[in-house]
Design a binder for this molecule. Structure first.
Ligand SMILES: *[C@@H]1O[C@H](CO)[C@@H](O)[C@H](O)[C@H]1NC(C)=O
Ligand SMILES: *[C@@H]1O[C@H](CO)[C@@H](O)[C@H](O)[C@H]1NC(C)=O
Ligand SMILES: *[C@@H]1O[C@H](CO)[C@@H](O)[C@H](O)[C@H]1NC(C)=O
Length: 359
């Protein structure tokens, strides 16, 4: 590769960074909770196999190095506002006021989800870290200012996919499948999810984007393992449909009880369906084949240095067998900001920012 080409690549990768920063008001603190879809490096600090710290992960990140993000470049929270992983030693002093990312790849709503990954930060531990964070910030700016900071913060929560992929559907026969049908299992997940959201509210947060489940059966992994003739796999699709409808009613109920639109449902399935149903219209050549992976649809196993790797990541909706590419994440975030009520209920992030800037 010639050096002028290398410089051009670096320039193009860095340029969008400037466009990212103003997405959320600079002053607004941002907190992230959840799984690998939103983890920005916490698992790098843990003894776990659920990690994205080796090439080609990060190939399109400004540093072109793996960061722990399950993406070729940026993930969804990056495109809203840049924060550090909570476990990073760099997160201290004034940097704490920017926010923190507590997410950990492999976790689910249930504690028995992702047991194979051993040391991951499950949801109750993420909440414990959030309480610890508040104590650290209190020591910095006082308790009262800390409450204000948390009240005004924006929060993103993304969990649930692993409760199916790495629990209910993990093997042909699982304990959870013997215990529950899809409807009852989804009911269990959503009732536990509700406790997590109530906990966050009790800890002082007042604006929470709650992402529903994407079209689980349409990931290259599920198409490869369960899809018939390259179609989206039926049972995981049904799971995401049931889970999402229960989630939306749960959120509506919570907001009604609180008397305020604290929780905002992000219809991730609908957002992703747009480019899964019509990849070409969004500049993709395929939504079925992962950029990085092996076997049918590059959907088997994990993405590693030994995998097939596509040349142009922007042409693929999926980076690896489970995770969208940065390009797809950009489409998702654009819809989070500007989508209609079918995508963002009861309102989109632009409207939230507009409303909150007045108070
Ligand atoms: C997970 O484990 C923690 C700690 O043991 C417990 O407090 C929490 O209630 C459990 N959550 C679920 C959903 O079982
Ligand atoms: C949302 O729409 C507004 C107005 O059309 C535009 O200025 C802004 O860049 C959009 N935001 C995103 C993230 O696409
Ligand atoms: C979402 O955002 C756009 C652009 O900022 C705005 O025009 C639109 O009315 C919003 N839609 C809803 C349903 O809030």
């Amino acid at each position: 590769m010639s050096s002028s080409f290398a410089i051009l690549v670096v320039f193009m990768a860095v340029a969008p960074m400037g466009m990212l920063a103003p997405a959320v008001e600079g002053a607004r603190t941002f907190f992230v909770f959840g799984d690998s879809l939103v983890d920005n490096g916490n698992n790098n600090f843990l003894a776990t196999t659920a990690r994205a710290d080796s090439p080609p992960y990060g190939i399109d990140y400004p540093s072109h190095r793996p960061t722990g993000r399950f993406s070729n470049g940026f993930n969804v929270p990056d495109l809203i506002k840049t924060t550090l992983p909570y476990l990073s030693p760099e997160l201290r002093g004034q940097k704490l006021l920017v926010g923190a990312n507590f997410a950990s790849a492999g976790i689910g709503i249930l504690n028995d989800t992702g047991v194979q990954f051993v040391n991951i930060v499950r949801m109750h531990k993420q909440l414990k870290f959030f309480r610890e964070y508040q104590r650290r910030v209190s020591a910095l700016i006082g308790e009262q200012q800390t409450q204000v900071l948390v009240n005004k913060a924006l929060v993103l929560v993304t969990i649930g996919g692993n409760d199916f992929v790495n629990n209910y559907f993990l093997t042909p026969i699982t304990l959870r499948r013997l215990q529950y049908n899809l409807q009852d299992f989804s009911q269990l997940l959503v009732s536990e999810y509700k406790k997590v959201l109530q906990n966050l509210y009790d800890l002082g947060v007042r604006r929470v984007l709650v992402t529903g489940m994407g079209p689980l059966g349409c990931t290259p992994a599920e198409i490869a393992q369960r899809g018939i003739n390259g179609q989206c796999a039926e049972e995981p699709q049904r799971a995401s449909h049931i889970f999402n409808s229960l989630l939306v009613s749960m959120i509506e109920g919570l907001n009604r009880d609180i008397g305020s639109d604290v929780f905002v449902a992000v219809n991730a399935r609908r957002m992703q369906n747009d480019f899964i149903d019509n990849p070409q219209a969004h500049g993709f050549i395929t939504s079925k084949v992962a950029c990085c992976g092996q076997g049918p649809y590059n959907g088997i196993g994990i993405c590693s240095a030994a995998s097939n790797l596509c040349r142009n990541r922007d042409l693929y909706a999926f980076w690896d067998p489970f995770h969208p590419s940065e390009k797809a994440n950009r489409i998702i975030v654009r819809t989070i900001f500007n989508g209609s009520e079918e995508y963002m209920s009861p309102m989109n992030l632009s409207t939230i920012m507009e409303l909150d800037s007045r108070t």
